[in-house]
Design a protein around this ligand. Sequence first.
Ligand code: ASP
Ligand code: MG
Length: 458
Amino acid sequence: METIVQKFGGTSIGRPERMINVAKIVQKTLAEEKKVAVVLSAMSGGVKIEGTTSNLMKAANEAILGGSYYKIIDLLENNHLETVEKTVIDPAIKETLVDELKIEFKKLKSFLDAIHVIGEISPRSMDVIVSMGEKLSARIFTDVLNSRGIDAIYYNLEDIIDQPFKEVDQNFCYYIQKKLRALLLKAGAKVPIITGFFGFVPGGILKSIGRGYTDFTAALVATATLATELQIWKEVDGIFTSDPKKVEAARVLASISPEEALELTYYGSEVIHPFTMEQVANANIPMRIKNTFNPDLPGTIIDPSGKTNYQKGATAATVKRGVTLINIQSNRMLMAYGFMHKVFEIFAKHEVIIDLVATSEVNISLTLDSDENILDALPELEKLGNVEVRKDMAIISLIGLGMRHFVGIASEMFTRLSEHGINIEAISQGSSEINISCVINDQQSDKALRAVHEMLVD
Ligand code: ASP
Ligand code: MG
């Protein structure tokens, strides 16, 4: 029997009617004679900053500062209880669940009181608070299904790691996969409803994995259960050829390779958490992006098998905004070795993350996502040569496996940019030929995106 892992994002389950909609999606998949495992994110009404996770983080900070954290928790409690009221049909199931949730909220308040007294928070304590979001959504959804006659079982992964780890590496992933496999076997014919949160992650889940960790959990569940497909349900029809909000002609891609999807995720289109792809692609599990508001559409499949016929030429165009460009010009670079090493060493020492790099004999250009620590690094860089820092730049990229060994794509990209009066400040293309990127002025990024996207349409 095929196993499908379905991960639902916070917005997809953020309101009572949406949660019922998701229950129907699960029900329909089960009716197709498939085994289903569900991984849930925390409920979110719409915008991420107003979602449960963000509110829990806000409450934690308010507790440290002595602010009104009870108010935030009360709002969350009302919101979740209202969801239970409107989604759990069976009165007996509902009553037990409401009692259980009230106790959870009480415990959370006591925990925050303790944080308030201590006046600081460890990564582990922050995780305890943040984990509440996925515990609530998964616990509620389990009973939404149970009260509709679908046998579901709740899995809270907050204690799944029972030995110390130093970092999130492949060993760590193998360990969790093994634990998950053993745990989920016990579900038998029941549908497991799994919290997107798992712990305790070395260094804390927010720091080591980051927001959006539920995708990663779903990937681990998919590899642990040898799933036929991992479905990431969001509020978009799939992965687009470009940002549909900016480019009217953008369309949904039927399929895309993991390499392309990774490049797209990295370059600004927040589609999937990057760690996710690595896990499922290595295990050869296809991943499908689907829209909960439009469930009958096929979505986009990210297919690691290589069987899919990828598009010729470029697949997608994307822009990453608000980057900083650094130029280092030095005659000392000429015929010398170790120069680049020195440059990168300085950036590493100051924990500055470098993105794109372009070099000539006397010049090296780099872009940074954030210029947070650059001021500290500048005096040392200036010892190496003349340094120019330019803020408010953007990187426009063409992505596509089909660009490999295909002549004329870069030249067409440059021509289109120049025809629209867009100056290219730096260019980069790795020899994998899957990404051609140009650094431009941020103010021109929308125009550039539309100009370059025309290449995907013509
Ligand atoms: N709920 C968490 C967040 O908002 C994790 C997730 O959605 O994957 O970041
Ligand atoms: Mg999310």
